[in-house]
Design a protein around this ligand. Sequence first.
Ligand SMILES: Nc1ncnc2c1ncn2[C@@H]1O[C@H](COP(=O)(O)OP(=O)(O)OP(=O)(O)O)[C@@H](O)[C@H]1O
Ligand SMILES: [Mg+2]
Length: 239
Amino acid sequence: MALLDVQGLTRHFGGVGAVFELSFSVNEGEILGLIGPNGAGKTTVFNLITGFVRPSKGTIRLDGQSVVGLRPHAVARRGIARTFQIVKPFPGLSVRENVTLAAFLRHPARKDAEAAATAQLTRVGLAGRVDELASQLTLMDQKRLEMAKALATRPRLLLLDEPMGGLNATEVDDASDLVRQIRASGVTVVLVEHVMKAIMRISDRVVVMNQGEKIAEGRPERVVEEPAVLAAYFGKRVA
Ligand SMILES: Nc1ncnc2c1ncn2[C@@H]1O[C@H](COP(=O)(O)OP(=O)(O)OP(=O)(O)O)[C@@H](O)[C@H]1O
Ligand SMILES: [Mg+2]
């Protein structure tokens, strides 16, 4: 059985369909790339899975259990964490305090939550920055902080929304290594990303969306050659 199974997922905003009849699944231990042009519906899919937005229609199951209708904190408790495309730490709190807030989901005692936060910050390479204000971090380190916050909720499934957006080439490589380390530690990953080099390097499988619908699915090197995918990214002439 797939770890995550999505069937017929549909969401309209007013008259506009952001996601339409989308079906895909994620296997345990996989890194699944979810790609598509701007406005394709990728972030909306994450919002639907994590309970920030309710589906108009369709099913979302984690390990066979429906998560539709659960609030975001309840989805997190079931084991799904996400990062945000626009990073939003509490700027006036320290790096460690930011992650401690997330760790409270599994550790009610402050001391335990702080220890868990420190462990996750070490894992993402922020051990030396724990006492700095979150607002003082570079973009790369803010992305690391986002990942530490998500990991501190001890997810089985981690949804990453453009963790490499705005990073330089070296930082993209570092972030790719980090995502692979996270997977190696037993966390299944869905990666939304426009940086194709990273998608090609680290995804086991890719789902391509365009205008709310799935237009292709398969191994990354195959999918990027499909006419429908080239047409979605570069216009009809290529197809
Ligand atoms: N809360 C909302 N209210 C109204 N429309 C929305 C809402 N959220 C998303 N949309 C619309 O749904 C469509 C899909 O947006 P979404 O943010 O999911 O795309 P995306 O694939 O993440 O794009 P990008 O690559 O630019 O981040 C867009 O047309 C967007 O304007
Ligand atoms: Mg998006």
